[in-house]
Ligand binder design. Structure first.
Ligand code: HBI
Ligand code: FE
Length: 289
């Protein structure tokens, strides 16, 4: 009894969550959500993986305004046993992994301002809820996210978070998937960005390379501009099979001696779907020099 009482406040703080306080959103906040939502809803059909659109439907995310996490979590719980909890912004890695391992998705509750419409550094409610939550209604993807959280907790103990973070980056955030109807988007960082939704799929600049876990974990990434390299999975089943229940410890050890790949490099072992021109990145470099 006494022990529980001692631990309770620390545990509550470490969990990093806050109330969403849905009633406190202004009309302008909801209008910003609607504007972003309508723009993406119009452009994603035919570009995004069908499971994403199915998720919007299952979670009834077609309603106007910022979703109330309570109602959203109820539907998500029914679909796959996941919940959405509110956080103020980025939370420490361990806290983040702990939530995922317990099928809770930590989502930013604030919404971007008009000045931040196309780029912001911390994840807001549009990126987190529109970008990430629909695929959590898919059983396979939902299991992958939980496996990632568990893997994160283990990686932390092995000093391998940087390598594992690359897996999140190149799948959950910026992943592409090869379907019978062609290449489709599924990464949340792409689908919540109007400009990158077109760039990732249609621009000749970036490389598009078949998913390979070791190769991916050796690849650096950019956080402040369109990606120069996208990894393409064959299916969510492939993604789950290669990660859940796999002990990454030997993999991390094997990778330790190997050099990293720059984001624009192609290796002779790569399965190259698109050899990018890198025209976009080069132009950007010129402008800055
Ligand atoms: N916190 N809120 C939030 N959202 C994230 O996506 C997030 C985070 N903390 C850490 C983190 N991501 C990544 O560094 C991990 O994937 C490694
Ligand atoms: Fe994200």
């Amino acid at each position: 009894m006494e022990k529980d009482a001692d631990l309770a406040p620390a545990a509550a703080a470490a969990d990093g969550t806050i109330p969403q306080a849905w009633d406190r959103y202004s009309a302008a906040d909801h209008a910003m959500w609607d504007r972003l939502f309508d723009r993406q809803a119009a452009m994603l059909p035919g570009r995004v993986v069908p499971e994403f659109l199915a998720g919007l439907d299952i979670l009834r995310m077609d309603k106007p305004g910022i979703p109330d996490f309570r109602a959203l979590s109820e539907r998500l719980m029914q679909a796959t046993g996941w919940q959405v909890v509110a956080v103020p912004g980025l939370v420490p890695d361990r806290v983040f992994f702990e939530h995922l391992a317990n099928r809770r998705f930590p989502a930013g509750r604030f919404i971007r301002t008009p000045e931040q419409e196309d780029y912001l550094e911390e994840p807001d409610v549009f990126h987190d809820v529109f970008g990430h939550v629909p695929l959590l209604a898919n059983p396979i993807f939902a299991d992958y996210m939980q496996a990632y959280g568990r893997g994160g907790l283990r990686a932390d103990g092995l000093g391998a978070i940087e390598k594992l973070a690359r897996l999140y980056w190149y799948t959950v955030e910026f992943g592409l998937i090869d379907t019978a109807d062609g290449l489709r988007l599924y990464g949340a960082g792409i689908v919540s960005s109007n400009a990158e939704s077109r760039f990732a799929l249609e621009d000749p600049s970036p490389n598009r390379i078949g998913f390979d876990l070791q190769r991916l974990m050796r690849t650096r990434y950019k956080i402040d501009d369109f990606q120069q390299c996208y990894f393409v999975i064959d299916s969510f089943e492939q993604l789950l099979a290669q990660t859940a229940g796999t002990d990454f410890a030997p993999l991390y050890r094997a990778l330790d001696g190997l050099p990293d790949f720059d984001t624009d490099m192609i290796s002779p072992d790569d399965r190259v779907l698109t050899r990018g021109t890198q025209a976009y990145a080069r132009q950007k470099e010129e402008e800055l020099s």
